[in-house]
Each structure stands twice: as structure tokens, then as C-alpha cells.
Design a protein around this ligand. Structure first.
Ligand SMILES: NC(=O)c1ccc[n+]([C@@H]2O[C@H](COP(=O)([O-])OP(=O)(O)OC[C@H]3O[C@@H](n4cnc5c(N)ncnc54)[C@H](O)[C@@H]3O)[C@@H](O)[C@H]2O)c1
Length: 449
């Protein structure tokens, strides 16, 4: 936060009244693990570990003030008890059937919340195999025109809001990764995008249609997958015009989370990195979708930028210029959702002496992603009540490939991202952002000033 930002008067925040509806395109492993976890927490049979909004505290004032409230008590966030859910999916399974097939949660845990999950049935999706080749969907909207599909989603949003009697809504994309495309002319302006909807432009993907419908209905939109979705000039401008917060892309879990924890440490200690080889085996539906080279390319783009951005080879050519970075994802059905992420890191230190680090992360993808969905939903809702609109860079903490203004390099360092997030909360709540300068403690103590 720049000094100008810090001096900016915090906005008024509308009170957190009534219910918050969380709408999820995609009712697969991540979405059902998220819903099951929220319900388990509400019923007191599970704890929302991994969620900053539920478990985290925030330091206010000086270290000696000893003011560290829970974030959920400091900022006016929606309560878990006030959340309603809705989803779209081309596969007609209800949330319980989908959770059973995903195989993330144990049967005994699903039994605790099964009655709740079976009540969540996906609405017909806007879906096209052009964008997700490995899936065949039957629960798909009949409309074939992109404009009509957008209108159908908008009417789903309005209907859910009125039926569930929610006061506010947010949308978090938890659907499959779409094939890779670079932004083209149809994404350059709102006008071009709307013309594209009317003309069924092939550059407009389903996730963009959900993003458009969400923004048009005044609903904040966060994108948990690496596909472009709202990361275009057209939809970012629309979000500002309609005063809607947006953010993306790609939940930061697993291997990339580890990279953004480790790489800042190597750089802080001026240790060189000559190679970083990452391979993954996973056997869930996401893994199957990513087995398609087009979908993998989208994921690869999202994963590769991280190290370059953290290590800054332009500033430190001797340490990082020759870095060889390789990422592989292999579909391996026996592993299910329990991914194995294996990293070999070649580093060098004093006088160029090489060292190696090996990491074998036996991780659970959806267990790491579910708390991110919750935090994004609650913070996006807060952002909207605070009148923040457009790209919410302070939520980069949650994304592998943070969406930013076009002229900005995204910040990937997890600890800078956390400082940005907590300072934004302090600023929103009229507290002084922390600089971590800390000289005053010594002035007070030794000089008695
Ligand atoms: N689990 C993680 O750690 C993690 C991390 C980063 C990103 N992601 C991303 O999150 C997304 C969800 O992951 P998952 O493991 O739940 O995958 P999943 O395959 O279990 O679920 C995705 C669901 O989306 C549905 N879907 C596909 N196209 C759709 C559309 N147009 N509209 C509505 N639904 C659609 C599929 O039918 C499927 O049920 C993926 O894009 C994945 O890459 C996951």
C-alpha cells in the first residue's frame, strides 16, 4: 500500500445483514468439499482449518498493544450460518453424489452432512465441449446463442436470490479448466464483447458468459481456474462500470503454494536457483481434464509465471537468469484426489557450491482449495459492501496467477500478499496499516521518548 493509499479515507461499509448466497459454476471435488466443510462447521462436526477468515487473527496497533482479534470478529464478514448455496454443472449429480464420486471426504464425514448435500442439485450449465474436451454433459442449457445463454444465467441468479431470500450473492468459478486462449479483439472492450455475444463469437467461452452474467447482476465474481474468464479488458471495465468486485485466477494450492513459500526465502538469502523440476500425479476429474494438452497449456501458463516473478532474474541475473523451470501434470487414476507433487530444486550458495532440495508433497488438492473458496466468497462480499469494484488485487493471496491492472506485474510472494491483504483490512476498518518499521519500540525503551 503506498503512502497515498494509506492516507485515503476508508469507505463506509454496508452492514452485514441477512443471508449471503454463494453460487458455484461447477459442482465437482472442490465445490462439494467446500460446501460439506461449511455445513460440517455449522453442525460442529468439523473445523474450517486452512481458512484465514475463520481461524486467522490480525495484529492492530503496536506490538506492545496486544490487540490481535480474530479476523472474523474484526471485519464485518458474513457468518457461516448465513450462507446459502447454488451451483451449475453439466453433470446432473447432486452434491452428495458428486462428493461420493470425487472421493475426497471419507464416507463417515459425508454421512454427517449427507442430507444437506443431497438437497443441492445443479442447475443446467452453460457448457461446450469446445472448451472442455474430456467431459460430456447432459445437464446443459438448451440455448445455443451466447446472448441467450447469458440471459438464462442472469435469470437463474435472480431466481435463486429471490427463492433463497438472500440479500447478497457472490459467484466463485469451481468448474473445469477451459482450453487455452489469449485475449483477442472481442475481449478488448465491453462493446466488442457484447457484439460478440450477439454474434456467437468463438472467442467467448462459457466461463466468460458466467462472468458477464454475474457482473451484470451486480454479483462479485472470483475465478478459481486458470482460464481467462473475467481477466480481460472488457469484463474488468464492465466490473468497474457496474461497481462489482472481481478476481482470479486459479486457486493457489499444492505445489504452487509451496513455490510461493520457498522461493521468497531463497531470494531473501540471495541463494541462486539453477533448476526447479515439478511433477504431479493425480487421478481426479480435474486431472483427467488436464490430461488434454489444450487444458494443460492454460494451467502451465498459470504455474510458470510464479518463479520468474518472485525471483526477478532481471534484477539478479547471476542468481536466477539461467533457471530451468519445468512443470508436469500426469493423470494417474489410482491416486484419486490425493495428488503427489514432487519437486527437485537445484540451488547454489557461497562461491557457487550446489545443493539440492527434494520435496514430496502428498497433498489433498480439494482440502487445500475448499477454504480458499470460503475466504474468497466472504472477502468478495466484504469488498462489495465497502464499495470496492473491479480487480481486487488484495486477494492475490489466494491465486496462482493473480489478475492485476494490465501495466502491473502480479505479486506472487505469499508473505507480501498476506501483508497486502491484512493491511487492506486494517485500512477498511480505519486502523493504521502496518509498516513493520518498528523503530519506535527502541526509541521508547532506550531514550524514554
Ligand atoms: N483442487 C485444487 O487444488 C485446485 C487448485 C487450483 C485450481 N483448481 C481448479 O478448480 C476447478 C475445479 O477443480 P475440481 O477438482 O473440483 O474439478 P472437478 O472436475 O471435480 O469439478 C469441476 C466440475 O465442473 C463442471 N463443469 C465443467 N464445465 C462447466 C461449465 N461450463 N459450467 C458448470 N460446470 C462445469 C464439471 O462437470 C465438474 O463437475 C478446476 O478448474 C481446477 O483446475 C483446483
Amino acid at each position: 500500500m503506498s503512502p497515498q493509499d494509506m492516507n485515503k479515507k476508508p469507505p463506509e461499509i454496508a452492514p452485514v445483514e441477512g443471508k449471503l448466497g454463494v453460487m458455484l459454476p461447477g459442482l465437482g471435488a472442490v465445490a462439494t468439499t467446500f460446501i460439506a466443510g461449511v455445513e460440517a462447521s455449522r453442525r460442529g462436526v468439523g473445523k474450517p482449518f486452512g481458512s484465514l477468515t475463520q481461524m486467522g487473527t490480525i495484529r492492530l496497533g503496536k506490538r506492545t498493544d496486544e490487540r490481535t482479534p480474530l479476523i472474523k470478529e474484526f471485519a464485518p464478514l458474513a457468518k457461516l450460518g448465513d450462507i446459502e448455496f447454488a451451483a451449475w454443472d453439466p453433470i446432473p449429480d447432486d452434491a452428495l453424489q458428486s462428493a461420493e464420486k470425487s472421493g475426497v471426504l471419507k464416507e463417515s464425514d459425508l454421512r454427517e452432512v449427507g442430507d444437506f448435500l443431497s438437497g443441492i442439485k445443479p442447475m443446467p450449465a452453460v457448457f461446450s465441449q469446445d472448451w472442455v474436451k474430456k467431459l460430456e454433459g447432459t445437464n446443459v442449457k438448451p440455448q445455443t446463442s451466447k446472448r441467450e445463454q447469458a440471459e438464462a444465467l442472469r435469470s437463474d441468479i435472480r431466481e435463486f436470490k429471490s427463492k433463497s431470500q438472500c440479500d447478497r450473492l457472490v459467484m466463485v468459478w469451481c468448474a473445469s479448466t477451459e482450453t487455452f486462449i489469449a485475449p483477442g479483439p472481442v475481449h478488448e472492450s465491453i462493446g466488442a464483447f457484447e457484439k460478440g455475444l450477439d454474434a456467437n463469437d468463438p472467442g467467448i467461452s462459457p466461463s466468460m458468459i458466467y462472468g458477464y452474467a454475474s457482473i451484470m447482476e451486480g454479483v462479485p465474481f472470483a475465478n478459481g481456474a486458470p482460464n481467462l474468464s473475467v481477466d480481460t479488458r472488457a469484463l474488468a471495465e464492465l466490473a468497474v462500470e457496474k461497481r462489482v468486485p472481481i478476481g482470479g485466477k486459479d486457486f493457489k494450492t499444492g505445489q504452487t503454494l509451496m513455490k510461493t513459500i520457498l522461493a521468497p526465502g531463497f531470494k531473501a538469502r540471495m541463494l541462486g536457483v539453477s533448476g526447479w523440476f515439478s511433477t504431479n500425479i493425480l487421478g481426479n476429474r480435474d486431472g483427467e481434464v488436464l490430461d488434454d494438452p489444450e487444458s494443460f497449456k492454460t494451467k502451465e501458463e498459470s504455474k510458470l509465471g510464479v518463479l520468474q516473478s518472485i525471483l526477478q532474474p532481471d534484477l539478479y541475473p547471476e542468481l536466477y537468469e539461467g533457471l530451468y523451470h519445468k512443470v508436469r501434470i500426469n493423470y494417474y487414476p489410482p491416486r484419486g484426489d490425493n495428488k503427489e507433487g514432487w519437486d527437485n530444486i537445484d540451488i547454489f550458495g557461497w562461491l557457487g557450491y550446489p545443493m539440492q532440495i527434494k520435496i514430496d508433497f502428498l497433498c489433498r488438492d480439494s482440502i487445500l482449495a475448499a477454504p480458499i473458496v470460503l475466504d474468497l466468497a466472504l472477502f468478495m462480499d466484504l469488498a462489495q459492501r465497502a464499495g470496492l469494484s473491479g480487480v481486487q488485487e488484495w486477494l492475490s493471496f489466494y491465486f496462482k496467477s493473480p489478475q492485476t491492472a494490465p501495466e502491473l506485474n502480479p505479486e506472487h510472494d505469499l508473505f507480501i500478499q498476506l501483508t497486502k491483504l491484512t493491511n487492506t483490512l486494517r485500512w477498511l476498518m480505519g486502523e493504521t496499516p502496518l509498516t513493520h518499521l518498528g523503530v519506535e519500540y527502541y526509541d521508547d525503551y532506550y531514550r524514554g521518548t
